[in-house]
Ligand binder design. Structure first.
Ligand SMILES: NC(=O)c1ccc[n+]([C@@H]2O[C@H](COP(=O)([O-])OP(=O)(O)OC[C@H]3O[C@@H](n4cnc5c(N)ncnc54)[C@H](O)[C@@H]3O)[C@@H](O)[C@H]2O)c1
Length: 259
């Protein structure tokens, strides 16, 4: 089991879902974790769960659509825990909208959270990583970056852009031993995914059962599956790995394409 002892990590969007799973796992491996999201109550719950398990964490409320708040989350790690070793850019907007009707406002919001915020957080983190002699950035992408599916043009474009950002930032930052890698997540059961399925796609409560039937191993991914992958990139076990993309699922899996 890799150790993250004495490392400081910021995990964006860690008040729920995949981010919360990653933050909890990192804390169990010894990292001091900054929990961040927009919901104070959920943030407090996530911190409490980590402390209850003997780990260290603190919460800062931030809306990452705002540049200043992106930068302040990174500085919070320095103020609260004395530096930064790991940044997980996880917060994401998965809103649906077909190409004919999607508004420019929604397009901009998706790009701002999924692509611009990871860039700003990474840029702000660079001096902190340099102070530590290196660092690791893990961008949370999606297998949707590779394919075409209805209603997902903006989301998929943002995750494709994130993959290109990952590779180019990695090239810029080799010289400082700052590594930038990406995990392209597959279908994962989270609060956010459940909300999208029910509220935006009008699915009934049995959507999980139907989805499970299409999965190769009899279940959807969980935040813990993603946390194991993130740990590899975050830890020193991958100290010479950068600009790399790990796909957690081939796509489409176990079902014919929809087009
Ligand atoms: N669940 C899946 O099937 C799946 C598949 C592929 C990729 N992903 C990616 O994984 C990441 C997490 O998804 P999830 O399913 O856990 O979603 P989720 O909705 O459960 O969690 C999203 C998190 O992002 C935070 N967030 C949302 N808007 C924010 C904002 N403006 N400012 C700050 N924080 C904000 C939320 O507070 C929450 O903590 C996203 O980047 C998503 O695109 C998820």
């Amino acid at each position: 089991m890799p150790s993250l002892k004495d490392k400081v990590a910021v995990v964006t969007g860690s008040t729920s879902g995949i981010g919360r799973g990653i933050a909890g796992h990192f804390a169990r491996l010894g990292a001091k974790v900054v929990i961040t999201g927009r919901d104070e109550d959920r943030g407090a719950q996530a911190v409490e769960a980590i402390r209850h398990g003997g780990g260290e964490a603190d919460f800062m409320r931030a809306d990452l659509l705002d540049e200043d708040q992106c930068r302040r989350v990174i500085q919070f790690a320095r103020e609260r825990f004395g530096g930064l070793d790991i940044l997980v850019n996880n917060a994401g907007d998965t809103s649906r909208g077909d190409i004919e009707s999607i508004t420019v406002e929604l397009w901009d919001r998706i790009m701002a959270l999924n692509l611009r915020a990871p860039f700003i957080c990474l840029q702000e983190a660079i001096p902190l990583f340099k102070d530590r002699g290196g660092g690791s950035v893990v961008n949370i992408g999606s297998v949707n970056a590779y394919i075409g599916e209805p209603n997902l043009a903006a989301y998929s474009a943002s995750k494709g852009g994130l993959m290109t950002l990952t590779r180019n930032a990695a090239s810029d930052l080799n010289q400082y031993r700052i590594r930038v890698n990406q995990i392209n997540v597959g279908w994962t059961l989270t609060e956010g995914e459940d909300r999208v399925k029910r509220q935006q796609e009008g699915k009934g409560p049995d959507w999980v059962e139907a989805a499970t039937a299409t999965r190769p191993f009899g279940r959807l991914l969980t935040p813990q599956d993603v946390a194991y992958a993130a740990t590899y990139f975050a830890s020193d076990e991958s100290e010479c790995i950068t600009g790399s993309v790990m796909d957690l699922e081939q796509y489409p899996v176990g079902a014919p394409p929809k087009w």
